[in-house]
Design a binder for this molecule. Sequence first.
Ligand code: S3P
Length: 183
Amino acid sequence: MSNGSGYGSDMSGNINGHLVITGMMGSGKSTVGPKLAAVLSRPFYDLDDEIVSTTGMAIPEIFERYGEQVFRKWELEKLDYMLSRPVPQVLALGGGTLADERAFALLRGHCVIWLEGSTEELWQRVRSSGRPLVQRGLEAFRRMHEERRTAYTKAATFQFDCSQEPDVIVRMIVQTLGADGDE
Ligand code: S3P
Protein backbone atom coordinates (compact mmCIF):
# COMPACT_ATOMS: atom_id res chain seq x y z
CA MET A 1 0.00 0.00 0.00
CA SER A 2 1.44 3.37 -0.87
CA ASN A 3 1.60 6.03 1.74
CA GLY A 4 0.06 9.42 1.59
CA SER A 5 -1.79 8.37 -1.52
CA GLY A 6 -4.21 11.12 -2.32
CA TYR A 7 -7.87 10.39 -2.71
CA GLY A 8 -9.63 12.51 -5.25
CA SER A 9 -12.67 12.41 -3.03
CA ASP A 10 -15.30 15.08 -3.16
CA MET A 11 -14.40 16.05 0.39
CA SER A 12 -11.57 18.39 -0.75
CA GLY A 13 -9.57 18.32 2.46
CA ASN A 14 -8.27 21.64 3.65
CA ILE A 15 -5.45 21.46 6.16
CA ASN A 16 -6.40 24.79 7.65
CA GLY A 17 -9.61 23.20 8.84
CA HIS A 18 -9.73 20.30 11.24
CA LEU A 19 -7.53 17.25 10.65
CA VAL A 20 -9.71 14.21 11.13
CA ILE A 21 -8.29 10.72 11.57
CA THR A 22 -10.32 7.73 10.55
CA GLY A 23 -9.76 3.99 10.15
CA MET A 24 -10.76 0.71 11.69
CA MET A 25 -10.44 -0.15 15.35
CA GLY A 26 -6.76 -0.87 15.98
CA SER A 27 -5.46 1.35 13.18
CA GLY A 28 -3.69 3.63 15.66
CA LYS A 29 -5.93 6.72 15.47
CA SER A 30 -5.57 7.45 19.18
CA THR A 31 -1.80 6.94 19.10
CA VAL A 32 -0.99 8.81 15.91
CA GLY A 33 -3.51 11.60 16.64
CA PRO A 34 -1.89 13.10 19.76
CA LYS A 35 1.59 12.85 18.21
CA LEU A 36 0.41 14.61 15.06
CA ALA A 37 -1.35 17.27 17.13
CA ALA A 38 1.83 17.88 19.15
CA VAL A 39 3.93 18.35 16.00
CA LEU A 40 1.37 20.74 14.52
CA SER A 41 0.75 22.55 17.85
CA ARG A 42 -2.94 21.81 17.68
CA PRO A 43 -5.26 20.42 20.35
CA PHE A 44 -6.09 16.74 20.09
CA TYR A 45 -9.51 15.22 20.76
CA ASP A 46 -10.73 11.65 20.59
CA LEU A 47 -14.41 11.37 19.74
CA ASP A 48 -14.90 8.30 21.95
CA ASP A 49 -13.31 10.10 24.92
CA GLU A 50 -15.60 13.08 24.38
CA ILE A 51 -18.64 10.79 24.41
CA VAL A 52 -17.36 9.07 27.56
CA SER A 53 -16.82 12.36 29.37
CA THR A 54 -20.24 13.73 28.36
CA THR A 55 -22.18 10.60 29.26
CA GLY A 56 -20.08 9.49 32.21
CA MET A 57 -20.16 5.96 30.80
CA ALA A 58 -17.49 3.79 29.20
CA ILE A 59 -18.16 2.78 25.57
CA PRO A 60 -18.94 -0.90 26.42
CA GLU A 61 -21.43 0.30 29.03
CA ILE A 62 -23.18 2.55 26.48
CA PHE A 63 -23.49 -0.38 24.05
CA GLU A 64 -24.75 -2.66 26.81
CA ARG A 65 -27.31 -0.27 28.30
CA TYR A 66 -28.51 1.61 25.21
CA GLY A 67 -27.42 -0.40 22.16
CA GLU A 68 -25.36 0.50 19.11
CA GLN A 69 -28.02 2.71 17.51
CA VAL A 70 -28.12 5.11 20.45
CA PHE A 71 -24.32 5.15 20.53
CA ARG A 72 -24.28 6.09 16.81
CA LYS A 73 -26.73 8.92 17.42
CA TRP A 74 -24.60 10.34 20.24
CA GLU A 75 -21.48 9.84 18.15
CA LEU A 76 -22.90 11.85 15.25
CA GLU A 77 -24.09 14.62 17.55
CA LYS A 78 -20.66 14.80 19.14
CA LEU A 79 -18.97 14.85 15.72
CA ASP A 80 -21.19 17.76 14.70
CA TYR A 81 -20.32 19.63 17.89
CA MET A 82 -16.56 18.98 17.64
CA LEU A 83 -16.34 20.05 14.00
CA SER A 84 -18.29 23.23 14.72
CA ARG A 85 -15.53 24.41 17.05
CA PRO A 86 -13.46 27.20 15.49
CA VAL A 87 -9.93 26.25 16.62
CA PRO A 88 -8.31 23.82 14.14
CA GLN A 89 -7.83 20.51 15.93
CA VAL A 90 -6.75 16.96 15.31
CA LEU A 91 -9.78 14.75 15.90
CA ALA A 92 -9.68 10.95 16.02
CA LEU A 93 -13.00 9.35 15.07
CA GLY A 94 -14.26 5.97 16.20
CA GLY A 95 -13.89 3.18 13.65
CA GLY A 96 -17.62 3.25 12.91
CA THR A 97 -18.28 7.00 12.88
CA LEU A 98 -18.46 7.00 9.08
CA ALA A 99 -21.02 4.19 9.06
CA ASP A 100 -23.65 6.93 9.14
CA GLU A 101 -24.02 8.71 5.80
CA ARG A 102 -24.71 11.99 7.58
CA ALA A 103 -21.11 12.10 8.78
CA PHE A 104 -19.92 12.87 5.25
CA ALA A 105 -21.73 16.19 5.10
CA LEU A 106 -20.18 17.19 8.42
CA LEU A 107 -16.69 16.30 7.21
CA ARG A 108 -16.85 18.30 4.03
CA GLY A 109 -14.01 20.80 3.79
CA HIS A 110 -11.89 19.12 6.46
CA CYS A 111 -8.84 16.99 5.81
CA VAL A 112 -9.52 13.32 6.49
CA ILE A 113 -6.59 10.98 7.09
CA TRP A 114 -7.32 7.28 6.79
CA LEU A 115 -5.08 4.81 8.62
CA GLU A 116 -5.45 1.48 6.86
CA GLY A 117 -3.98 -1.99 7.38
CA SER A 118 -4.71 -5.64 6.84
CA THR A 119 -7.69 -7.13 8.62
CA GLU A 120 -5.42 -9.70 10.26
CA GLU A 121 -3.09 -7.14 11.77
CA LEU A 122 -5.95 -4.93 12.97
CA TRP A 123 -7.65 -7.97 14.48
CA GLN A 124 -4.49 -8.99 16.35
CA ARG A 125 -4.32 -5.51 17.82
CA VAL A 126 -7.91 -5.40 19.08
CA ARG A 127 -8.99 -8.99 19.68
CA SER A 128 -8.40 -8.82 23.44
CA SER A 129 -9.33 -5.17 23.88
CA GLY A 130 -12.89 -5.57 25.18
CA ARG A 131 -14.35 -3.32 22.46
CA PRO A 132 -18.04 -4.20 22.06
CA LEU A 133 -17.96 -4.99 18.33
CA VAL A 134 -14.92 -7.23 18.68
CA GLN A 135 -17.01 -9.66 20.71
CA ARG A 136 -18.68 -10.74 17.45
CA GLY A 137 -15.51 -12.48 16.28
CA LEU A 138 -13.01 -12.35 13.42
CA GLU A 139 -15.41 -13.08 10.54
CA ALA A 140 -17.76 -10.27 11.58
CA PHE A 141 -14.74 -8.00 11.99
CA ARG A 142 -13.59 -8.91 8.47
CA ARG A 143 -17.03 -8.12 7.00
CA MET A 144 -17.14 -4.84 8.91
CA HIS A 145 -13.73 -3.87 7.55
CA GLU A 146 -14.78 -4.70 3.99
CA GLU A 147 -18.01 -2.72 4.27
CA ARG A 148 -16.32 0.25 5.85
CA ARG A 149 -13.59 0.52 3.23
CA THR A 150 -16.17 2.10 0.94
CA ALA A 151 -16.95 4.79 3.51
CA TYR A 152 -13.30 5.40 4.37
CA THR A 153 -12.42 5.68 0.68
CA LYS A 154 -15.22 8.16 0.13
CA ALA A 155 -14.22 10.35 3.06
CA ALA A 156 -10.44 10.16 2.92
CA THR A 157 -8.22 12.92 1.63
CA PHE A 158 -5.12 10.77 2.23
CA GLN A 159 -4.46 7.17 3.18
CA PHE A 160 -1.51 5.90 5.23
CA ASP A 161 -0.31 2.40 6.03
CA CYS A 162 -0.92 1.87 9.75
CA SER A 163 1.52 -1.04 10.06
CA GLN A 164 4.41 1.40 10.41
CA GLU A 165 5.66 2.98 13.62
CA PRO A 166 3.43 5.87 14.80
CA ASP A 167 6.32 8.36 14.62
CA VAL A 168 7.00 7.34 11.02
CA ILE A 169 3.33 7.74 10.13
CA VAL A 170 3.26 11.19 11.73
CA ARG A 171 6.33 12.25 9.77
CA MET A 172 4.77 11.08 6.52
CA ILE A 173 1.50 12.84 7.28
CA VAL A 174 3.29 16.11 8.05
CA GLN A 175 5.32 15.80 4.84
CA THR A 176 2.27 15.00 2.77
CA LEU A 177 0.31 17.90 4.20
CA GLY A 178 3.23 20.23 3.58
CA ALA A 179 2.88 21.39 7.16
CA ASP A 180 6.13 22.14 8.96
CA GLY A 181 4.82 22.17 12.51
CA ASP A 182 4.92 25.95 12.75
CA GLU A 183 1.54 26.68 11.30
C1 S3P B 1 -16.22 1.27 17.08
C2 S3P B 1 -14.94 1.70 17.34
C3 S3P B 1 -14.52 2.22 18.65
C4 S3P B 1 -15.71 2.79 19.41
C5 S3P B 1 -16.83 1.79 19.47
C6 S3P B 1 -17.31 1.38 18.08
C7 S3P B 1 -16.54 0.76 15.74
O1 S3P B 1 -13.53 3.23 18.49
O2 S3P B 1 -16.16 3.98 18.81
O3 S3P B 1 -16.37 0.68 20.20
O4 S3P B 1 -17.72 0.68 15.39
O5 S3P B 1 -15.59 0.45 14.97
P1 S3P B 1 -12.02 2.89 18.02
O6 S3P B 1 -12.02 2.80 16.53
O7 S3P B 1 -11.25 4.09 18.51
O8 S3P B 1 -11.62 1.65 18.69
